[in-house]
Design a protein around this ligand. Structure first.
Ligand SMILES: Cc1ncc(COP(=O)(O)O)c(C=O)c1O
Length: 326
């Protein structure tokens, strides 16, 4: 690969068998890859991406990491953590207006010392570009990390994760038929698809769309995979049938936790002592549960649910009171 990496994550992450959940659902055996336990400011999928993005930033002599996201962005929280760890400044462009009390990820952004810039969601990209330009003018050597850390650099974290998984499978004597992951800015799924190609997996990768359409997200994932193949000069036979996305679980939109997410969070917590998050893994798990109920998987399938993190948002409003009041 053309890009280098700075080790940050606690790897390999564990794989746990979710026996009680599998029994209650009476479907395939479900396992969980604990990427919520990657370390770096409460962990999550961004740690793997940031290993590559931080290395690239340092190669570009950056002194300030700049990124953007939602008010409860896990990505931004982890960018803030990595900046603190590397001794870099961090500026985050967040959508919304500052709340009176910072909770969940936002509270952590502040603890990590990030500077916050507020923007409307529609103009966030524009505000980000303006923020980068101003930081350049001030001589702060900014490095812009795209939304979700999803570009040809960041996605390599999940290319590596598939190599790690090969070793997991050897060690456990298991082969997974399906991988289920939350998919939003597409980098996690793109990295997995590329890695699965490189290590010739037969298991299928299913992205549960967090927002938007399968067509749009599929195009993003495909473009990332194609670009990574070109940039790194790889000889891999990619075709678009490898990008599988289910768009049926986007509910009332990004960040709106509904009954399916609440049920999934409660089931994982009460059956497995495992905490999901309200925005990403709660939604992906709700999709997984529904697909099991619909008979989408074979009973003898082994399904690996990738827990991509996000749990600090459990402690943020409006999620906290919605989960508490029952
Ligand atoms: C907890 C969590 N899971 C999954 C995702 C989706 O990953 P990606 O944006 O690479 O598709 C995100 C993105 O922010 C996330 O925070």
């Amino acid at each position: 690969m053309k890009f280098s990496r700075i080790p940050l994550a606690h790897l390999p992450t564990r794989i746990e068998h979710l026996g009680r959940l599998s029994n209650v659902l009476s479907g395939p055996q479900i396992y969980c890859k604990r990427d919520d336990q990657t370390g770096l400011g409460f962990g999550g999928n961004k740690t793997r991406k940031l290993e590559y993005l931080l290395a690239d930033a340092i190669q570009h002599n950056a002194r300030t990491l700049v990124s953007m996201g939602a008010i409860q962005s896990n990505h931004c929280r982890q960018v803030a953590a990595v900046a603190a760890r590397a001794g870099l400044d961090c500026i985050l462009v967040l959508s919304g207006t500052p709340p009176t009390l910072a909770t969940g990820n936002l509270y952590l952004d502040q603890l990590f010392g990030a500077e916050l810039v507020w923007a409307e969601r529609e103009t966030r990209q524009q505000v980000l570009e303006e923020t980068v330009r101003r930081a350049e003018e001030m001589g702060r050597a900014p490095y812009m990390i795209p939304y979700g850390g999803s570009n040809v650099v960041g996605m390599l974290g999940y290319f590596d994760a598939m190599r790690e998984l090969r070793e997991d499978e050897e060690r456990l004597g298991l082969r997974f038929d399906w991988h289920v992951t939350a998919s939003s800015s597409g980098g996690t799924q793109a990295g997995m698809v590329l890695g699965a190609l490189a290590w010739q997996y037969s298991g299928k990768i299913l992205g549960i769309a967090i927002e938007g359409s399968a067509e749009e997200l599929g195009a993003t994932v495909e473009n990332l995979v194609q670009e990574a193949i070109t940039v790194n000069n790889l000889d891999l036979p990619f075709d678009q049938s490898l990008v599988i996305i289910n768009e049926n679980f986007t509910g009332a939109g990004y960040g709106v936790m509904g009954e399916p997410e609440i049920e999934a969070i409660r089931m994982f917590a009460s059956l497995e002592g495992l905490l999901l998050d309200p925005v990403y893994t709660g939604r992906a798990a709700a999709g997984l549960i529904q697909l099991v109920r619909d008979g989408f998987f074979r009973k003898d399938d082994k399904v690996l649910f990738w827990h991509t993190g996000g749990t600090p948002a459990l402690f943020a409003e409006p999620y906290l009171s919605k989960l508490q009041n029952r």
